[in-house]
Design a binder for this molecule. Structure first.
Ligand code: SAM
Length: 347
């Protein structure tokens, strides 16, 4: 098959038949041409702009036991922490002064953060920073809870579907978690009015290219505003400790395919990409990503939010090094902007 022809049709139609999409997913040789096409589409929609999000990892307690994740409840070696409301407000104040206009509150599914506690935090951030977006990434909750967070002032929600194939989902998660519920959460969040982000890991254990194709098809149904993907990276204290980590180049290829299928999407160049390769962040931007999410959490807890081995938390990952990050982004051919960076969707 001829790459140029297939990639041109993907660029034009934002879609391809299953066979051709799978061919691109599996072809290492397609990377360069895919990245060039993705960059063209990204510049047409967002110019050179790269949006920055201040990530606040506010708790590593989690009631779930996902087999891949370092903060799973079954990992007794994890040293647990949770931030107070005052800690979180301090992170926001520091972030605001550094130029961040989006705060992302991410955490394990920590029962301490009841709806009341969450709404109190969200409302205070909303009151103090009316010009900022508040993004939540707190996992699966009831529709009523999501509605309460939205009413309190949250605007966006990140919930990766992880894999859109039922039996693959069951191999990555214990029985009490279901793909059906995760998908329902995503559709609920959308209906409520959140800007919604979803996504998946690349190279997670037992993943096939058919699974990745199903992920792309699911995203076409969901039409998310944000799409976060990154390589699976093993964690030594999980049941998946001996599995290989996901492939850098396959992840980059999928970033480019996503950019071509979802030209409007906000796509982060993820910490996981930066962890598996020293230039992973820049490579992700050049492959079509347009968001970076440095860490605003207090330094004392950064090394404790260890989702996978060697997760990076210094240099460009650290919000206080935003100048270094800006230089890196410029060296990749783009520029960091101080803006909320809402989705530019046509519909
Ligand atoms: N609890 C929330 C949730 O379930 O969406 C947010 C926190 S969760 C730790 C954030 C994301 O980390 C997950 O969606 C998953 O894709 C990613 N993650 C967890 N373990 C990982 C690993 N070993 N390698 C790469 N990504 C991982």
């Amino acid at each position: 098959m001829n790459f140029s022809d297939i990639i041109n049709r993907l660029k034009l139609n934002r879609d391809l038949p299953d066979g051709e999409l799978k061919f691109l997913i599996s072809s290492d040789e397609a990377n360069e041409q895919l990245a060039l096409a993705a960059d063209e589409i990204r510049r047409a929609n967002y110019g050179e702009d790269v949006y920055i999000r201040g990530l606040i990892e506010f708790s590593n307690y989690c009631k779930n036991n996902c087999y891949y994740c370092g903060i799973r409840c079954g990992n007794t070696k994890a040293v647990r922490y949770r931030l107070t409301k005052a800690d979180i407000m301090e992170c926001c104040a520091q972030g605001y002064s550094l130029g961040f206009r989006t705060f992302v509150l991410q955490g394990g599914e920590d029962p301490h953060f009841t709806d009341e506690v969450m709404c109190d935090i969200i409302a205070e951030i909303r009151q103090n920073y009316p010009d900022c977006a508040i993004t939540l990434s707190v996992g699966e909750r009831s529709r009523e809870s999501y509605q309460a967070y939205f009413n309190a002032g949250a605007n966006r929600f990140l919930l990766r579907h992880e894999t859109a194939t039922d039996d693959h989902y069951r191999r990555l998660h214990p029985k009490n978690l279901s793909l059906q519920n995760r998908k329902q959460c995503l559709f609920d969040l959308k209906e409520i009015g959140f800007q919604v982000g979803s996504g998946f890991m690349v190279g997670s254990p037992y993943q096939s290219d058919d699974n990745l194709l199903a992920d792309l098809r699911f995203l076409q149904t969901l039409q998310p505003d944000m799409i976060g993907i990154g390589p699976f990276i093993r964690h030594e204290d999980t049941p998946f400790a001996t599995f290989d980590s996901g492939d850098l180049y396959k992840t980059l290829r999928l970033v480019s395919i996503l950019r071509l299928m979802f030209p409007y999407a906000l796509i982060p160049s993820t910490t996981a990409l930066g962890t598996i390769h020293p230039q992973g962040r820049e490579m992700g931007l050049r492959a079509g990503a347009n968001v970076v999410m440095p860490n605003l959490s207090p330094k004392r807890v950064r090394e404790l939010y260890m989702l996978y081995d060697n997760k990076i938390s210094t240099d460009e990952e650290a919000a206080e090094s935003v100048d270094k990050l800006k230089k890196k982004v410029v060296s990749a051919g783009y520029r960091v902007v101080t803006a909320r960076g809402d989705v530019k969707k046509e519909n």
